[in-house]
Design a protein around this ligand. Structure first.
Ligand code: FE2
Ligand code: FE2
Length: 211
């Protein structure tokens, strides 16, 4: 297996950040689940859905950053591989949310670089804390993301099947990521860490809806 130096890894991190933040730079590996779905929305509904999809898009930017941060500091090679694999699956989510935002004639959150930076740091700290905590952090993140996606699925207008199909597939993937992390040895995080993670995610959710 090829050995990467610290400088290689820093350049790789920068490249990953740019790819996650520049619209159109990430392409999905799987077919968009919305491809055959219909959506008929009023202007008011479309604006609300665009807000929701902007939040989901920011969530996926955060997911990319968390995985990239962890991959940088995780100690065991197999954990690093798990993180990189999950990050690739998150790229599909990012690309699908971006495509839906475009269809709704809207744009991603202007604060995504900030969310990326904060999440990258959190991921790097989790990675450095040791593999069982790192994997526990993934499991907790995915649990919180899944809860949030379920809330959004309830809020979507009934006739927006395009957004719905995307969120349903994302939720399925997030739960799979959580299970994989737990099976690989992830442990429960202290309550205080869980609460701080939920505070950051609420902040992203509230602000990205608008900007
Ligand atoms: Fe995701
Ligand atoms: Fe995930």
């Amino acid at each position: 297996m090829r050995h990467y130096s610290t400088i290689d890894r820093c350049i790789q991190s920068l490249d990953q950040a740019v790819r996650s933040l520049v619209p159109g730079a990430t392409t999905a590996h799987r077919t968009n689940p919305a491809q055959d779905a219909e959506s008929k929305l009023s202007i008011h509904e479309a604006r609300h859905v665009a807000g929701l999809m902007r939040v989901n898009h920011s969530g996926e930017v955060c997911a990319q950053a968390l995985y990239h941060g962890q991959a940088l500091t995780a100690k065991l090679p197999n954990v690093r591989r798990e993180m990189e694999h999950a990050a690739i699956e998150e790229q599909d989510h990012l690309a699908w949310c971006e495509e839906r935002l475009k269809e709704l004639e809207s744009i991603p959150s202007l604060l995504n670089p900030l969310w990326y930076g904060v999440s990258f740091a959190m991921g790097a700290i989790a990675g450095a804390a040791g593999d069982k905590y790192s994997l526990g952090f993934v499991a907790e993140t995915e649990r919180q993301v899944s809860l949030h996606l379920e809330e959004h699925l309830e809020q979507l207008p009934k006739n927006d099947q395009r957004s719905r199909q995307i969120l349903v597939q994302m939720n399925e993937d997030e739960l799979q990521h959580r299970d994989t992390a737990l099976e690989a040895g992830g442990v429960d995080l202290p309550k205080s860490v869980q609460v701080s993670m939920s505070v950051v995610s609420k902040l992203v959710t509230k602000i990205s809806y608008y900007i």
